[in-house]
Design a protein around this ligand. Structure first.
Ligand SMILES: Nc1nc2c(ncn2[C@@H]2O[C@H](COP(=O)(O)OP(=O)(O)O)[C@@H](O)[C@H]2O)c(=O)[nH]1
Ligand SMILES: [Mg+2]
Ligand SMILES: [Zn+2]
Length: 327
């Protein structure tokens, strides 16, 4: 068992009947015996092992039962003690999951049971083209709320990024501007409340630093990574969960150079652009590609100034890149 220098209060929430049935189904499916396991929360995943927080607040590095669906930070699992450590036997059904294609284009879960996606960007490194829109589409496809954070605002040199952020605010998204020299991160902590939040964004935009600012005690700032696999390194290599005193949970995710959306259909991309909603389904042709078709409701909205040219171009680029990489 791993020693932890701090105590964690975790709700001893009982499984709902429905959850229990799902676990039962998955156990039978994976051929596991039906001996009693205990529920736990996955803090981080390392290859064939996962760091599990027990109901008592201890942390155990558990092995995974073969053929088990891959548990990730935020997952609720059933685990049993073994002679040495523990073993995860079953995964409780997720209410949401953030997935990302691996190098070979296969979708891999990154974080589970998320309520809120915090999309972080900064002056340095400057946002990649379309990345924020791609995250917004992903959040919509996952069914989670998205919030935009302009971080490292002490490095701002012009109005470009504040204007970009204001554009998202006009679309109805919650937004926050912050940097590490501000006294506290109360506005963010309030936004998190008791929800589970995942921070996403390019490597270097300050996601890990932002989490450190939100955590209260110096002692709690020691991440699971430094306890286990990543000694001496500060780069986030796997998603990792942190508790806030108010019951909220923060999941730090590794930075992405490219956040592919190849698994999302053109329709799902369109519905991820929330200001398109009044026009979708109103084109003359049912299979309208919104490129140059006569009677295209989106193109009309663009011409009327109801959709911004930047967002429309971003939409076209996301759809065409998804189509190209599917071929
Ligand atoms: N100027 C400035 N630098 C910051 C701020 N927050 C983080 N950094 C720096 O940005 C770099 C990347 O931070 P990190 O938290 O590791 O980013 P992550 O890759 O998104 O997790 C580090 O060198 C931090 O010291 C900030 O508010 N202002
Ligand atoms: Mg990081
Ligand atoms: Zn159209």
């Amino acid at each position: 068992m791993l020693g932890v220098a701090y105590t964690i209060t975790m709700s001893t929430r009982r499984l709902s009947d429905q959850q229990a049935r799902r676990i039962q189904a998955q156990r039978s499916h994976s051929g596991a015996d039906l001996s009693d396991g205990e529920t736990g929360l996955v803090i981080a995943r390392y290859g064939k092992q996962a760091l599990v927080e027990t109901r008592a607040g201890d942390r155990m590095l558990c092995h995974l039962r073969p053929h088990l669906e891959s548990p990730v930070a935020g997952d609720e699992v059933l685990w049993v003690a073994t002679e040495q450590t523990g073993r995860i036997d079953a995964l409780v059904s997720r209410r949401s999951v953030l997935e990302r294609p691996d190098g070979r284009g296969n979708l891999k879960p990154v974080a589970a049971n998320i309520d809120l996606m915090l999309i972080v960007f900064a002056p340095e490194p400057a946002p990649q083209e379309n990345l924020l829109d791609r995250y917004l589409v992903a959040a919509h496809a996952m069914g989670v709320e998205a919030m935009l954070v302009l971080n490292k605002a002490d490095l701002l040199v012009d109005d470009n990024l504040p204007t970009l952020l204001a554009g998202f605010e006009d679309l109805g998204y919650r937004t926050i501007t912050t940097h590490r020299h501000l006294p506290d991160a109360d506005d963010l902590i309030t936004a998190v409340s008791d929800k589970t939040l995942v921070l996403v964004g390019q490597s270097g935009v300050g996601k890990s630093s932002l989490i450190q600012r939100m955590l209260p005690e110096a002692s709690i700032r020691v991440g699971a990574l430094s306890e286990v696999a990543d000694k001496g390194r500060h780069t986030t290599t796997t998603a990792e969960l942190f508790h806030l005193p108010g019951g909220g949970r923060l999941i730090d995710s590794p930075g992405v150079r490219d956040f592919g959306l190849t698994h999302v259909s053109a329709e799902a991309v369109a519905s991820g652009f929330r200001e398109f909603a009044p026009y979708l389904g109103h084109c003359r042709f049912r299979d309208c590609q919104h490129k140059s078709e006569p009677g295209c409701a989106l193109l009309q909205a663009l011409q009327a100034g109801n959709i911004s040219p930047e967002r429309f171009e971003s939409f076209q680029q996301i759809v065409s890149s998804a189509v190209t990489s599917n071929q």
